[in-house]
Each structure stands twice: as structure tokens, then as C-alpha cells.
Write a protein of this length. Structure first.
Length: 524
């Protein structure tokens, strides 16, 4: 629910004579009267009688309530004529508020003029009334977004764990406490390129096409892993053209970075899902510009870790993300080995964003509950009674744990057999940037980039043709025979039969649509 509040304007309004006031102007007059300005000075400024100002103040309760009425829901408010300036200014405002820098009306006016010039709007001259409407559009009062509260400034990890953390967690069970963090991922990188890219922060350029950002979130008990959020460069990658659904949430940014807009949308979508389930959670995130203090959440209590402590207080950084990348890179290398063994053409061995999504999602599904729980315990969120350090292991099924020597032989890379080479490969993108502290230029560039509809982030890759209904039907029959003759697992057998039946139905439906073709033509 949006809560609309009246706006205080500190800069003098135009002295032009008026007989009718907008609801925003009435709210500003009330605010100024409550702040000590006299009735006579306002009457003189606006060129109206004292009784007009008195009548506005007399009806202040009704005027304030109108901001909360359905008449002024955000979707009905008049949009700014200079929408790009409006969007840039609110982004800048949120960044300043996250830094706890107080913002005044004149500061907003000056910044709006700066952004207008950057957008090439030469006839724009920001007035107090424009700022008044801007504040109403974005629910800003007294220099901050309504509902925003100052976070506790803790300089010591120990102090935070002893004085802040107990109060935060008191109302939540282990199942209801979540941590979320981003990590950058070179999704095409093979082991023989590790030394070239090790330590690269990838703030731009060619490498940005070969990376994605992954948002990882899970609860403290390890019983719930939230669907991954993948941030790529392209709005609509070519490899998505035939895909009806993804196992992850997907967003895009021109540098494949997390932004405050993407974070807020992700958070509000999650909040709505939790409301439907009537569930409340505590979410811990690091304090960076890409993580704004999103207000009026109903089911999520958002808390920020102290600055410069995330390396020791962030559970995701204590082994969860590294385990995810270890699983992903095994999937990646195994895929390449399979392609090479099958002597497939060169285009088949190129990794797309879709390939990366499927592999990283599989790696996330493999993450064990104990690994996640131990990482929360390792940072001190869960009291340890045994006094022994917690060992974080990378979780794999034994059957999938292919020896590194085998990998090296298939990839013609003897150096890969060395354990330190594998460690370097896992950690190669540890320093990748996942967000930036936006400058004025960055804000303008991002808004301009949103207006471009073309997909410009993924290189041209010759895609394999989709299998026909006939090919899928024959493959399903072959796989079904293999499962029934080699694997003793009732659940798998039932699942395989269901898949086989669905593909068979699809196959016969295709045949019915081609009335001139006989069924026997397809089966022989």
C-alpha cells in the first residue's frame, strides 16, 4: 500500500497571483505554516487574502488525507514532462540517502538542471513547483522517502554481533532468516584461460559479454534456497528465442551488473509472493549503492550488514558462493568434454547464456542444506557449542566427481591436473564487480540505454536446430527402454513413463495436423 504525504517546499514559490491551488500547493502551504511562517507572508507571496490561507490551514486534515485516498494513487498522478530527468533525479536522490547525506529542495533543483543539460533538454529550468510535484510523485517528505529509517552505524563486527544481531533475529526462526549476495561469473571461461583472466574486475569492455551476475539467497537453516536471479547483458538473448520458461529469474543491464532498480523489483516481487503465503522473513544484505533501503515492504524486514564487514559477516561469502561456482565449473567442463567426445561442430561447443543458466541452476540445486547452515554458523549467526572450526565442503555426488586427471586428458591440458590450477579456476572471477556507485554520467547512460530496444549483448552463435516431434518421440522410446532395463527405481520409472506419454501425445497431435501424411511414413 502506498502512503502519500504532503510535501514541504522550502524555496519561495512564484508570486504570481492565483485563485486556485493544486493539492500539492495546499500541502506545501500547510507545511510552511506548521514550520512557523506567518499567514500574512504567505498571503502576500501568493497574492491572495488572509482568509484563503486560513481556510487552507483550517482544512489541513482533509487535505492531508487526500494524499492517502484512491484519487492520488501513484498510477493516477500526472507524469513529469521530462521523464528522463525525473528518473535520473530519483536515482541520485536514493544514492545520497543511502549515504545519509541530507538533501534540500534547492539541491534537488540544481541537480535536476544538471541532468536536464546532460539529456540535452535546453529549455528546462527547474522550479520549486516542479520539485514539489517530484516529491509527491516519489512520496518524499522532509528530505527522505516516507518510511525510511537510519541504519545503525556499527564500526565493529563484534559489536554488531553482540548488540544488533540478537535484536534482529529475536522475532525470526532459522527458517525465516535469509542472506542474499551477488557474484560475478565468467560463464564461458575454460581452465586453460584461467591465468589470463584471474583477478579481472570486468568493469567494461569485451569481457563484459562473457560474464553474468548471479544473485544467491538462502535461509539460515539451509531448508530453502530461493530461485536464482541471473543478470545478463542482453534484454532478449538470441538463445531465449525458443524457450517458454526459465528455471531462474532473469534481468539485464548493459554491463550485466546489479542495479538499484533490478534489486528493488526483485525484492518487491519476493515480498508479494511471501504475502500470498502469509510468511514473514528477515533478509540480510550488504550495504552497497545497488541495495537501496526499499520501504513499505509487507513481509520482508530488510537489514543491512555494517560497511566493510561483509567479508566476515556475509554467510554467502563463507563458502556458499564458492561451492556454487565449483559445481558450475564442473558442469561446464563436463559439457565441453561431452561435446568434444561426440565430435560435434564448433557451434555446439560454444556456451550461451541459456547454457550458463541451466548449469548454474543445476549447481544451485546440488547445494546441500548442511553447507548452507554451516556458513551461517561460521560467521557467528548461530552459536557453536563444540568450539571447533566448521569445515565447509564442496558438495558433489560421488558419481559426478570425475578425477581432474581425466579432465586434463580430455582437454589436452596437463597443467589442469595440478590442484592449484583447479583452485585458481574456481576463484578466477572472485574479484568481478557486480555493481557500481553511479555517477551522474552512469545514471544518464543507463537511462538512455533503456530506450534502446535492440539486443546487443550476446555474440552471434549458430544454434543447433530444435528436435522434431519424430526425433523426440524416438529418443523418448529409446530412453524409456534404457531406464526399464537398467535402473531399478520406481519413482524414476514412473517419471519416465509420464515423459514418454507426453512426448507421444505431442507427436501424434503433430501427425493429426498433417492429414495428408500417413503415420507409417513417420515410423519408418
Amino acid at each position: 500500500m502506498y502512503i502519500r504525504t504532503y510535501v514541504c517546499i522550502v524555496k519561495e514559490m512564484s508570486s504570481q497571483r492565483r485563485k486556485a491551488f493544486t493539492i500539492e500547493e495546499k500541502g506545501a502551504i500547510i507545511c510552511r505554516l506548521e514550520n512557523g511562517e506567518s499567514n500574512s507572508s504567505l498571503a502576500k507571496e501568493f497574492g491572495v487574502g488572509h482568509s484563503t490561507i486560513s481556510m487552507i490551514f483550517k482544512n489541513k486534515n482533509r487535505i492531508k488525507q487526500s494524499f492517502n485516498s484512491n484519487v492520488l494513487k501513484p498510477k493516477r498522478l500526472r507524469k513529469s514532462r521530462q521523464e528522463n530527468v525525473d528518473e535520473a533525479l530519483i536515482q541520485w536522490f536514493k544514492i545520497m540517502r543511502n549515504k545519509r547525506i541530507p538533501i534540500s529542495g534547492p539541491m534537488l533543483q540544481e541537480k535536476a538542471n544538471v541532468f536536464a543539460a546532460r539529456f540535452g533538454i535546453l529549455d528546462f529550468n527547474c522550479s520549486a513547483s516542479w520539485i514539489s510535484r517530484f516529491k509527491v510523485r516519489h512520496n518524499i517528505v522532509a528530505g527522505k522517502i516516507v518510511g525510511e529509517s537510519s541504519s545503525v552505524d556499527q564500526n565493529s563486527t563484534t559489536n554488531w554481533l553482540t548488540s544488533v544481531w540478537p535484536n534482529l533475529r529475536r522475532q525470526f526462526s532459522d527458517d525465516e532468516i535469509f542472506n542474499a549476495d551477488e557474484t560475478g561469473l565468467f560463464y564461458k571461461l575454460m581452465p586453460d584461460k584461467t591465468l589470463k583472466f584471474k583477478g579481472e574486475n570486468c568493469s567494461g569492455g569485451k569481457l563484459s559479454k562473457d560474464r553474468i551476475t548471479v544473485m544467491v539467497a538462502a535461509n539460515m537453516s539451509g531448508t530453502e534456497k530461493k530461485k536464482l536471479l541471473i543478470i545478463g547483458k542482453s534484454q532478449k538473448p538470441r538463445c531465449f528465442s525458443s524457450v517458454k520458461s526459465l528455471p531462474v529469474d532473469y534481468a539485464n543491464n548493459r554491463r550485466a551488473w546489479m542495479t538499484s532498480e533490478i534489486f528493488e523489483k526483485w525484492l518487491r516481487d519476493w515480498d508479494r509472493d511471501l504475502m500470498k503465503k502469509k510468511k514473514n522473513i528477515l533478509l540480510l544484505v550488504d550495504n552497497c549503492p545497488a541495495h537501496p533501503n526499499v520501504t513499505d515492504l509487507k513481509s520482508i524486514t530488510l537489514a543491512f550488514l555494517p560497511p566493510n564487514t561483509t567479508s566476515v559477516l556475509q554467510p554467502m561469502d563463507q563458502g556458499i558462493i564458492r561451492s556454487l561456482k565449483t559445481n558450475f565449473r564442473k558442469n561446464l567442463v563436463l559439457k565441453m568434454i561431452n561435446c568434444l567426445d561426440a565430435n560435434k561442430n564448433n557451434s555446439s561447443t560454444k556456451i550461451t547464456v541459456l547454457d550458463a543458466i541451466l548449469m548454474v541452476n543445476d549447481a544451485w540445486n546440488k547445494m546441500s542444506q548442511s553447507t548452507i547452515h554451516n556458513c551461517f554458523k561460521h560467521v557467528g549467526f548461530i552459536e557453536s557449542h563444540d568450539g571447533f572450526p566448521i569445515q565447509i565442503e564442496h558438495e558433489f555426488d560421488e558419481e559426478d566427481d570425475v578425477p581432474l586427471s581425466l579432465w586434463a586428458r580430455n582437454l589436452n591440458s596437463d597443467s589442469l591436473a595440478a590442484p592449484e590450477m583447479w583452485e585458481d579456476y574456481v576463484d578466477v572471477d572472485r574479484a568481478l564487480l557486480t555493481s557500481e556507485e553511479l555517477t551522474d554520467e552512469n545514471i544518464v547512460q543507463n537511462i538512455n540505454a533503456k530506450e534502446q530496444r535492440e539486443s546487443d549483448g550476446e555474440e552471434e552463435i549458430e544454434e543447433e536446430p530444435l528436435p522434431t516431434a519424430e526425433e523426440a518421440f524416438k529418443a523418448a522410446e529409446l530412453l524409456s527402454r534404457f531406464v526399464h532395463s537398467n535402473i531399478e527405481n520406481d519413482n524414476l520409472t514412473i517419471a519416465m513413463s509420464s515423459i514418454h506419454n507426453r512426448i507421444r501425445d505431442c507427436f501424434y497431435n503433430k501427425i493429426k495436423k498433417q492429414k495428408q501424411t500417413k503415420i507409417t511414413d513417420y515410423l519408418h
